[in-house]
Each structure stands twice: as structure tokens, then as C-alpha cells.
Design a protein around this ligand. Structure first.
Ligand SMILES: C[S@@+](CC[C@H](N)C(=O)[O-])C[C@H]1O[C@@H](n2cnc3c(N)ncnc32)[C@H](O)[C@@H]1O
Length: 301
């Protein structure tokens, strides 16, 4: 589990320091956690930030709930599991309430659910193709025409491709040594149809660049995937979401139209009321109302 947490952090593109900053601890705490040392509350904060869940335990929204459900499913009393793990009853009770140490948690997991594993991160499914192929789906020209008409000229495509029809003043191209996850997205409007195999990483990048004021408006074309805690806790407070009616037919590297086996949405950051209205006139679908109670709800609607 600990090794998988390190992998999840790396695949989110964060250093130990960056992750530490996000959950308000020092980098040493993350380093220690990745060596199996530290507190369960810190571990739970890291798991939430990485959208990291375990399967092979019992049902539950949190790891402590899952631990308790698993023990009960196996019909084990606190006493029984305490003696099997050589942990005290107080330690078991504390772990089931989200306290205790990572070392105790690992010992409990080894006995209670030795096959518990990371739940595979959800991804939209293009079919049985390799990742390179799966991520090389280009935005079709007719779809782009409505983007230009509603949001204006595109200044930057941070995940561009020489094969893509996107017209942008600047494209960040991997093939030319660029990296949209590192380079600044400077400009007024960014259009982002990212590699969906790394969707959250790109949405986080979009949000970070927009919040940092590098780019005024970000328009993303992404699958309707709203399951992560980060989406609900952070992104949804700032994003305007347009649910598209019908499917977008992307272009493959040969320029052929591809069926897309999932629904898509346009996710905007910093879009104006006028831009939203214009887009809705042009494209079938509708803008979701911002969630009541989010910090920018009044300003956005
Ligand atoms: C789904 S395609 C979209 C291309 C184009 N933005 C469009 O809308 O047609 C995603 C592209 O992102 C590129 N890409 C992947 N990782 C990248 C990175 N770190 N920086 C810049 N581009 C990247 C891939 O090469 C791929 O061509």
C-alpha cells in the first residue's frame, strides 16, 4: 500500500514537498509516510488528496469505516483481532476511528485484508489500444469553430500536437521539448483537450495556472468524470460546466473521425456570462448551475 501511495503521488506529478504543501504538513512527514512511518490522520489526508482508495476491504467512505466493516464481515471482535495482530484493543479502536500510527495500520491490514489493493483510478475508456494511441485524439474542426466563436481566439494549446487542427497562437508541443504540465500557459484563452489517461493531472494544472493568473480563461474539453474528492472540494467551486448533448467525434492521427464511447463536457475557468450564453446558442447542451454554497457561486451566475 505504501509503495502504491508513492506511485500515486508521482503519477500526479507532485514532489513530496508539493504534496506536503497541499495537506499542510512538512515534506519530512511525507517522506516518513512513504517509509511506512507516521500518523494515520496524515495518511488519510494524503489518500484524500491523491484520490487513493483501497479495495479488498469492507464497504465504507473512509479507510477507518472500511476497516471496521471488514472486521465485522469476518465476524471478528476487537479482542480477537487484537490478539491476532498483537495490537492492543485501544489501538484497534483508535484505527477504526481514524487515529493511530501507520505501522499499526499496516499490521492490521496484513491480518485483516492481506489482499487489499489500490482501487484502479477511473478512466474513460477508448478500447483496447495503447496509451499513446488512446491519447492521440484530436479536436474536430466543427467543434473548434464554436469554441472560437464563443470564447475568441485561442492563445495557448498546452497539450498541442502537430497533427491537431486546433488553431492557437502558441502550442506547447512535447515533440519540441515543451511540457504543458511544466511550462507557463501565458495568454488570454487556453484551450485544453488533454490526454484523458492523465485527466486529473491536467485539470489540476489548468486550475493552478488559472488561479496563478497565468491565463484569463481556460476552456477544457474533457470526459464527464466527477468522482474525485478534488473535483467536488476544489474545482467545482471555480468551474463552469457545460454538459454536451451527443458525442464529439475526435480525429485519429490519420485524420479519420472516431466514435467516442463516453460523454463529454466543456469545463471553463474564468468564462464570462456572455461567453456562456453565446456557447449555449451554438451547441446543444446546458450549463450546470454552480453548486449552492460554493465560494464563487454568486459571482458566477
Ligand atoms: C488528446 S490530444 C489533443 C491534442 C490537441 N490539444 C487537440 O485538442 O486536438 C493530447 C495531446 O497532448 C500531448 N501531450 C501529452 N503530454 C503532454 C505534455 N506533458 N505536454 C504537452 N503535450 C502533451 C499528446 O502528445 C497529445 O497529442
Amino acid at each position: 500500500m505504501i509503495k502504491e501511495i508513492r506511485e500515486a503521488r508521482r503519477s500526479a506529478g507532485w514532489s513530496q514537498k508539493a504534496l506536503a504543501g497541499r495537506i499542510g504538513v512538512d515534506a519530512q512527514a511525507i517522506k516518513r509516510l512513504e517509509n511506512g512511518v507516521g500518523s494515520v490522520p496524515n495518511l488519510l489526508a494524503v489518500m484524500a488528496e491523491l484520490n487513493f482508495c483501497l479495495t479488498g476491504l469492507g464497504p465504507g467512505k473512509t479507510l477507518p469505516e472500511q476497516l471496521r466493516a471488514r472486521r465485522q464481515k469476518r465476524d471478528l471482535s476487537v479482542n480477537a483481532i487484537a490478539s491476532r495482530t498483537s495490537l492492543s484493543r485501544a489501538t484497534i479502536a483508535s484505527l477504526e476511528r481514524g487515529g493511530g500510527s501507520v505501522a499499526s495500520l499496516l499490521r492490521l491490514l496484513a491480518v485483516l485484508a492481506p489482499r487489499a489493493r489500490r482501487r484502479a483510478p477511473e478512466r474513460s475508456y477508448w478500447g483496447q489500444v495503447d496509451r499513446e494511441n488512446r491519447d492521440s485524439r484530436f479536436t474536430p474542426t466543427d467543434f473548434l469553430a464554436n469554441i472560437y466563436a464563443a470564447f475568441g481566439e485561442i492563445d495557448v494549446d498546452p497539450c498541442g500536437s502537430v497533427l491537431s487542427p486546433v488553431i492557437a497562437h502558441r502550442r506547447i508541443l512535447l515533440s519540441e521539448g515543451g511540457d504543458g504540465l511544466v511550462d507557463d500557459w501565458a495568454g488570454r484563452v487556453a484551450f485544453v483537450n488533454p490526454p484523458y489517461s492523465e485527466l486529473i493531472k491536467w485539470l489540476r494544472r489548468a486550475h493552478d495556472q488559472w488561479r496563478a493568473g497565468k491565463v484569463e480563461t481556460v476552456v477544457c474539453l474533457v470526459p464527464v468524470r466527477t468522482d474525485s474528492a478534488w473535483f467536488h472540494d476544489t474545482l467545482s467551486a471555480d468551474a463552469d460546466i457545460y454538459l454536451l448533448q451527443g458525442r464529439v467525434k475526435f480525429l485519429d492521427p490519420g485524420g479519420k473521425s472516431q466514435h467516442t464511447p463516453f460523454s463529454l463536457m466543456v469545463l471553463g475557468l474564468g468564462v464570462t456570462v456572455e461567453q456562456k450564453a453565446r456557447y449555449a446558442e451554438l451547441v446543444p447542451g446546458y450549463w450546470l448551475a454552480r453548486r449552492a454554497g460554493t465560494k464563487h457561486a454568486v459571482q458566477a451566475n
